[in-house]
Design a binder for this molecule. Structure first.
Ligand code: COA
Length: 442
């Protein structure tokens, strides 16, 4: 059984009667601490003290690499085996059989919808795709060369000022309508940001179109009366949306939960998630992959490049993952979606470099030993480029579908009686009790 399964309570390894006995060698005293779901509660360590004036033992976990911050039933990952499930459904089945909006419903409500529920949901999302005209002017206020992710971040934060009812997070009806608004308006805001940097007029949503088709229409429509994307492209985009919808407690989701724990409105909490995703270590790796492939330039240059990676000069971008120590299940699906897209757009020569890199890396001892496999970012950038997107739009393409995951996690948090305002501790390493020195004497 893998560690992830134990943490998730899978297989019943850690029953409620199991305990951990800790002996404090400073005092010689022993403590028995319950183990639940393969986890001890950090607060149970606080009783371990050297004396009455001792604060009690804390745990030190920078970057929370071994700390569970919540109980969640949204997404399950087993990185050792390469499993990703939303609400228990394997990502492979969802990517093959479902649509992004159905998956968003699943994440938010916990169950796959009936036909009636799905019809209602799709209708609601479609009806809320328009934004207030002032939002359009707000986006228009950005510089012509503004980063679209920064624009999205600002625009989503600004939405909270348009929907003051969102502050009533204890009202289930308010939570539901904000959820619908966020999922439905995100493609509109993303497309407006794109059109702004292109200097093109904004395109309003077309309510006749499905979610991915409508997004492509808002991105690319020019003078035609109706924009109808190639169904293979909109399906590939929908699959990418499904694959990016949630990934449990990563940096941006933790940001949404942490900021949301202050009971701020969900637009502000999701804006925090977008800010986290803006960082190159989170939402920017597919851009780095594309730059790397362009730099390698041809298949002939791959052996020299690989030697450089093995010598530690640089990393093979799009390979390796903190959680997946096996083939990232999303990478397999994206690889085949890329082939479908290239059927429409023509083959991107960078794909040949990517395929050859993957082949070599999967056989090479250096990568095999370190369990470095392609991750979700290895092929997604190639698809985005084939869709005509500049690299600055890549993290935006990630933020659109991740909104359903963020909001599902936020909803779960608001209903979790164990949660309160997030407030980590610190180990203070600075000076104490210094006397103020007048500036002339320093
Ligand atoms: C994702 C990533 C940050 C995970 O890092 P991590 O879990 O902290 O793994 P480490 O950095 O400890 O790496 C472990 C070993 O593998 C090597 N390694 C990890 N990723 C590598 C890569 N992409 N290329 C070459 N070597 C790599 C490290 O040099 C290290 O080798 P060592 O043991 O000889 O020192 C890392 O694999 C990486 O930088 N990948 C490239 C960027 C990327 O694709 N990010 C997107 C993630 S979705």
């Amino acid at each position: 059984m893998t560690q992830t399964e134990q943490q998730d309570g899978g297989g019943g390894v850690a029953g409620a009667s199991e305990t951990l006995t800790v002996t404090d060698n400073r005092t010689g005293q022993s403590y028995e601490i319950p183990i639940t779901d393969g986890t001890v509660r950090a607060m149970d360590l606080r009783q371990i003290k050297t004396g009455d004036d001792d604060f009690g033992l804390m745990t030190y976990d920078p970057a929370y690499t071994n700390t569970a911050s919540c109980r969640s039933s949204v997404t399950f990952i087993d990185g050792d085996v390469g499993i990703l499930e939303y609400r228990g459904y394997p990502i492979e089945q969802l990517a093959e059989k479902s649509t992004y909006l159905e998956v968003a419903y699943l994440l938010v409500y916990g169950e796959l919808p009936t036909q009636q529920q799905l019809d209602w949901w799709v209708n609601e999302i479609t009806l809320h795709t328009f934004v207030h005209e002032n939002v359009k002017e707000f986006v228009g206020g950005f510089r012509h060369d503004a980063h679209p992710m920064g624009m999205l971040l600002g625009a989503v934060g600004a939405l909270s000022t348009f929907y003051p009812d969102a502050f009533d997070i204890d009202d289930p009806a308010s939570r539901e309508i904000q959820t619908i608004r966020l999922i439905s308006k995100m493609p509109t805001l993303a497309a407006f940001a794109y059109r702004h940097i292109q200097g093109r007029p904004y395109v309003y949503p077309d309510n006749d179109l499905a979610y991915p088709d409508n997004f492509l229409s808002m991105m690319y429509k020019m003078t035609e009366l109706k924009y109808e994307p190639d169904p293979r492209l909109s399906r590939a985009l929908d699959i990418l949306f499904i694959l990016h919808a949630d990934h449990e407690q990563n940096c941006s989701t933790s940001a949404v939960r942490s900021v949301g724990s202050s009971q701020v409105d969900p637009y502000s909490a999701v804006a925090a998630g977008i800010a986290a995703l803006y960082g190159p270590l989170h939402g920017g790796a597919n851009e780095a992959v594309l730059r790397m492939l362009r730099r390698i330039e041809s298949v002939d240059n791959i052996p020299g490049f690989i030697e450089g990676v093995k010598a530690g000069n640089e990393r093979l971008m799009g390979f390796g993952h903190r959680v997946y120590k096996n083939y990232d299940p999303r990478a397999k699906i994206i690889k085949s979606a890329a082939e479908d897209v290239f059927e429409v757009t023509g083959r991107n020569p960078l794909l040949d470099i990517a395929l050859e890199l993957e082949k070599i890396a999967l056989e090479d001892e250096y990568f095999v030993q370190r369990k470095l496999y392609p991750n979700v970012d290895f092929y997604s950038g190639l698809i985005y480029e084939a869709l005509g997107l500049p690299v600055e739009m890549f993290p935006v393409m990630f933020a659109i579908p991740r909104t359903s995951g963020w909001i599902a996690q936020w909803l779960e948090m608001t209903q979790d009686g164990e949660q309160k305002i997030a407030r980590p501790r610190q180990i203070y390493t600075g000076d104490r009790g210094r006397d103020y020195v007048p500036i002339a004497s320093r």
